[in-house]
Design a protein around this ligand. Structure first.
Ligand code: MSP
Length: 513
């Protein structure tokens, strides 16, 4: 079987500095990408920036910059963030790249050819901030201003010549697609929202604009630029060298296994995108997962609301593994979740410093003092040793399933409980007591607990890669290809080699008050 796996983040608007919401989508995608690699998949992980449209053009004008130069500067910040967040993306796409233009033009031509595009006039509401069209019943008036009911952003009245995509003719086919592909939209609660929306019947969609120029020109009618969402969504195949569908990357990775997105852009990914693709005679992606929002002061964190937490500052102060772990432990994936500095500190102290960090540190320092700093070899496991190891081992299929179903929270809960069990086992077995009278027993205990640490480290590797790689390196576990198969493989240690030095894994955070 071909074990290929293609995962993407949304491509971000480089209209301002990246914030925690952007970091969140990227970290989640990175965790799944890393885990698939642990499972032995050949993974392609894509992220990037979405650089066209009126929103970017206006922001560039505000800053008195040419839009391309403006995007160059801000896109670089998003690219730099991939390093700061320790992302393993294989590619970073910008919609201002040539490879992307070629791909968007081909999609457009295919839609024209299939008879899905016609010229007319758009008259209605448009939100520049969301780059979205809204119907009358989707907006409301607050303080004399018309705003979108869902996003709260201002809408403007637009009347201009526009090309339309015959979305109305795709409702039934989309509903059939959702029915035949049960996992296409996740979580399920969001699927219902989409299905109900489509059931009401879809209207044709305006897919070009004439009142500004910052975009991909419509082939054969340069007065129009292609609607930024048709442009942006295509990035997922531009990166696979579409339109060259004979290209190795396209053949291996399309349809994508999963698009990770925020719930705010589900409609674009679960309705427009599969409709465009089906009309262009291309297969839609296999799964679209819409996660919830990161809230700050109980509101969606966003530039326009001015309630932004800067991921770079948090990484500087607390560390990247700490931020990655906190975001996925505290926010239930799929739901909205508030984050706060107090919770972050508690999470670092309780789960990382006191639990996993403490387990590693105390075991390694005991081995250093009592076993010439080498993990002893041992065979005669008793029931208690087997119970500890088997509990984790027997749950591996379930843990893999949890990750593949994007049930990150349950996954973490289980792994944290194994770390807790490891600490308890170490306390209960009291190797410090048996070392004099039964050194062989002490060796079995140490081998068992090192096995447990190794297994937990592999499981946590996709979430806290830096710390777990340090631990595995300390234990001289082969580094190149950490793999799920090393779990409960009793041959991973070199018993003649001394443990490497391990500085404190996670510093405890003192509370300011
Ligand atoms: N450019 C479009 C996406 C095109 S994808 C073909 C876009 N960009 S964005 O920069 O506004 O935001 C993209 C994504 O960032 C959201 O869908 C979401 O995944 C993430 N987040 C932005 N703010 C967020 C929160 N406050 N909380 C969690 N994630 C949010 O939309």
């Amino acid at each position: 079987m071909d074990k290929n796996f293609y995962i993407t983040t949304p491509i971000y608007y480089p209209s301002g500095n990246p914030h925690m919401g952007h970091a969140y989508s990227s970290i989640i995608a990175d965790i799944f990408a890393r885990f698939k690699r642990l499972e032995g998949y050949n993974v392609l992980f894509l992220t990037g920036t979405d650089e066209h449209g009126l929103k970017i053009q206006r922001e560039a004008e505000k800053n008195k910059k040419d839009p391309k130069l403006f995007c160059d500067e801000l896109s670089k910040k998003f690219k730099d963030l991939t390093k700061i967040l320790n992302l393993t993306n294989d590619d970073f796409i910008r919609t201002t790249e040539k490879r992307h233009y070629k791909s968007v033009e081909e999609i457009w031509n295919r839609l024209v050819e299939s008879g899905d595009i016609y010229l007319d006039k758009y008259t209605g509401w448009y939100s520049v901030s969301d780059e979205a069209y809204y119907d009358e019943d989707e907006i409301e008036e607050v303080n004399g201003k018309k705003i979108s009911k869902t996003s709260g952003s201002t809408v403007d009245w637009v009347e201009e010549e526009s090309y339309f995509f015959k979305l109305s003719s795709w409702s039934e086919k989309l509903l059939k697609y959702y029915k035949d592909n049960k996992d296409f939209i996740l979580p399920l609660s969001r699927k219902n929202e989409v299905v109900n929306f489509v059931k009401k019947g879809l209207k044709d969609l305006s897919v070009s604009r004439t009142s500004f120029s910052w975009g991909v020109p419509v082939p054969k009618n340069k007065k129009h630029v292609i609607y930024v969402w048709l442009d942006a969504l295509t990035n997922y195949i531009s990166a696979l060298n579409f339109p060259n569908i004979k290209d190795e990357n396209y053949k291996r990775f399309w349809p994508a296994n999963i698009h990770i997105i925020g719930k705010d852009i589900l409609r674009f990914h679960a309705i427009y995108w599969p409709a465009f693709l089906l009309a262009a005679k291309l297969p839609p992606p296999k799964k679209v997962f819409g996660h919830g929002w990161i809230l700050s002061d109980d509101r969606k964190m966003s530039k326009s609301l001015g309630n932004i937490l800067d991921p770079i500052e948090i990484v500087k102060s607390y560390g990247i593994d700490q931020l990655r772990y906190y975001l996925v432990k505290e926010v239930s994936l799929g739901n909205d979740g508030s984050i706060s500095m107090d919770n972050l500190k508690n999470c670092i102290n309780n789960d990382l410093a006191n639990n996993y960090g403490n387990l590693c540190q105390r075991v390694f320092s005991f081995i250093k003092k009592n076993c010439s700093n080498k993990i002893p070899n041992a065979k005669n496991f008793n029931d208690l040793d087997n119970r500890l190891l088997n509990q984790l081992k027997n749950n591996i299929p379930n843990l893999i399933k949890l990750m593949n179903n994007q049930n990150l929270n349950e996954f973490i809960k289980l792994v944290v409980s194994y770390s807790f069990d490891g600490n308890k086992y170490f306390n209960d077995m009291e190797p410090w007591t048996v070392k004099k009278d039964d050194p062989e027993r002490m060796k079995v205990i140490l081998f068992t607990i090192c096995e447990q640490i190794k297994n937990i480290s592999i499981l946590l590797n996709s979430i806290i890669p830096k710390a777990t790689e340090r631990v595995l390196e300390t234990m001289n576990v082969k580094q190149k290809n950490i793999s799920i198969n090393q779990i409960n493989n009793l041959e991973c240690f070199d018993h003649d080699k001394e443990l490497k030095e391990l500085d404190i894994l996670f510093n405890k955070i003192e509370n300011d008050n």
